[in-house]
Ligand binder design. Structure first.
Ligand code: GLY
Length: 331
């Protein structure tokens, strides 16, 4: 299945197909130097499947986890590209989850002012959200995603078979990004997830419908001037929880907790039900005073105010501009 994403800066395809990993040469020109950036949790067989299709493959393996999204790895990978004489016509391929995609994408955006970048997400979180829309970044000075660029990939290739090697915990954490989009935009998708009797069976549909939402959002607002802010639902407090308790919670787990703060009673109850159903961690009791410093550094904050996304009923959200000190009322 193919979806075309058409942003102001680039038009590209998302291909979703079980088994496509072994046929990526049909979609990408691999007759050049290709740097595959991946992590030490990705099965070697996935890396080999791609490597074997490349004429001139290079592989850079980072340590898995959010801690690797740092300036040291950014520098090391750039150095590797320079030392191996990569040119503007060569390319970078991210094979992994959100961390690999964000880091490799930022490297591709920066090297020689931008070389071609392909995203092959292998986690549910990256498949439904982070691999689409060109957000690339590293964490810096203790602040998540504070340095980065909007840099669209040249193609996104999704092979849902790669989810087979993921732990249930990773799948459920990734599902939270689909829940986030469903709560803001798509009642039917929400109830597919809410009422699912067999998540594995429903995953292909969940991925596809989430991508339809993500595509329409990034096409309308590539650089997050307005509509795209909706995708930050749950992330304002989620990022605080993720940073404060690191490395205890996966990104999606922290976002699930973060959504609770900016939801009506009806939505809160539904999220709590999903937290139980999908074995997500019990919400922490975060105090406003413990969150304030991190909230000030949030990219969504400016002049002591912050835009938050609030969900009142399934499929509808509102954007509220709040003074940071007034956020205390949500705690
Ligand atoms: N993950 C949120 C966005 O792409 O805007």
């Amino acid at each position: 299945m193919n979806l075309c994403v058409s942003t102001q800066t680039k038009k590209y395809n998302i291909t979703i197909e079980r088994g496509i990993l072994s046929k990526i040469s049909d979609l990408i020109n691999l007759k050049r130097k290709c740097l595959i950036v991946t992590d030490d949790n990705i099965p070697t067989s996935y890396i080999d499947t791609i490597k074997n299709q490349c004429d001139n493959p290079y592989v850079y393996v980072i340590k898995h986890g959010e801690n690797s999204k740092n300036i040291k790895y950014f520098e090391k990978i750039l150095k590797y590209l320079v030392e191996n004489n990569f040119t503007r016509t060569d390319c970078v391929i991210a094979l992994g989850g959100g961390v690999v995609g964000d880091l490799a994408g930022f490297v591709a955006a920066s090297y020689m002012r931008g070389i071609e970048f392909y995203n092959i997400p292998t986690t549910l979180l990256a498949m439904v959200d982070s691999s689409i829309g060109g957000k690339t970044a590293i964490d810096f000075n203790g602040i998540k995603n504070i340095v980065g660029a909007f840099y669209q990939p040249s193609a996104v290739i999704i092979d849902p078979n790669t989810l087979n090697s993921l732990k249930k915990r990773q799948i459920h954490a990734g599902l939270v990004e689909a829940i986030k989009m469903a709560l803001c935009f798509d009642k039917d998708l929400f109830y597919t997830i809410y009422e699912s009797k067999d998540l594995n069976k429903d995953l292909d549909e969940i991925i596809y419908r989430s991508l339809l939402i993500k595509r329409s959002v990034v096409e309308a607002d590539e650089k997050e001037n307005n509509l795209r802010k909706s995708l930050n639902f749950g992330h304002t407090i989620g990022h605080v929880i993720e940073a404060k308790y690191a490395p205890k919670y996966l990104h999606g787990e922290a976002v699930a907790m973060g959504m609770l703060y900016f939801s009506s009673k009806e939505i809160k109850d539904k999220i709590l039900y999903l937290i139980k159903k999908y074995h997500l961690p019990s919400p922490v009791d975060l105090k406003y005073d413990d969150a304030i410093e991190l909230l000030k550094h949030d990219k969504k904050a400016s002049n002591d105010s912050i835009s938050i996304i609030y969900v009142n009923e399934v499929g509808k959200y509102e954007m509220r501009k709040e003074k940071i000190e007034d956020l205390v009322k949500y705690f």
